[in-house]
Design a protein around this ligand. Sequence first.
Ligand code: AKG
Length: 266
Amino acid sequence: MLSSVQVARFVAHGFLRLDGVVPAEMNTEALGVFAGDLPVVPYGTPVPKAFPEDSFARRLVELPSVAGALRSLVGPDPTVDHHFVHTRQPHEGSAQPLHADALIDVRPDAFDVQLMYYPQDVTADMGGTLVVPGSHLRRINESDTGRYQNLLGQTRLTCTAGTVMLLHHGIWHGGRRNDSDTVRHMYKIRFNPTVPQVRLWDVTDLNSPAVSEELGRTFPWYEGATGRLEIHNRIQLWRTLSGDADFDIDYWATRIANRPALRSQA
Ligand SMILES: O=C(O)CCC(=O)C(=O)O
């Protein structure tokens, strides 16, 4: 299971990276699996039904570090929203525009998690996924961010084979241009929670000062003033996730919620 500090880091960054957690023989097997057609999974199918025992996807999501992180974020028994293999062809000549994978999603107290799995080493010229850290709570409408070419602090994934990322559904991302001679695959599974996402992780360190440090982090692309709204958004999300309705950083959320009633109304 994840710790509170790791979940707070996810709430601030919008993603979590698990490097090289899938064993080499599964990475080799994946390339064969991805060369064929994936089984059709209707939206909202429970994991055991979507991915039968012993199937590749089932073994992937049951790897202990993947299963623990998923359970910490979406809880037990999530459903599969959809799954897809994203492929970037060698020398394809163009990058995918920056986007989020949904319409404007205004849920303040729930989020989906997207798993991205890379079965190969991804080098700098292979068009690794671009991610904008800290963008997930700035709600956008799918590809409306497509005109932004580069943002300060963006990350373009390079990794060893067997790396998995878990991302908040709102993260701004896009496949980069593959300038290499190699086909680059990424397998994505989107999970919908079926339980309230409250204290699902190992909460032993819930009151650690490192939790607030993570939640208060800023990113280089944030504007001075508007960037503060991102921290406010995180405070609200952390209140939900931790079940602590009074959680705050520097009194920001408490101050703007203060609306004293007339004593005569009490
Ligand atoms: O190919 C990639 O790295 C990202 C593709 C993706 O996430 C998407 O099309 O939504």
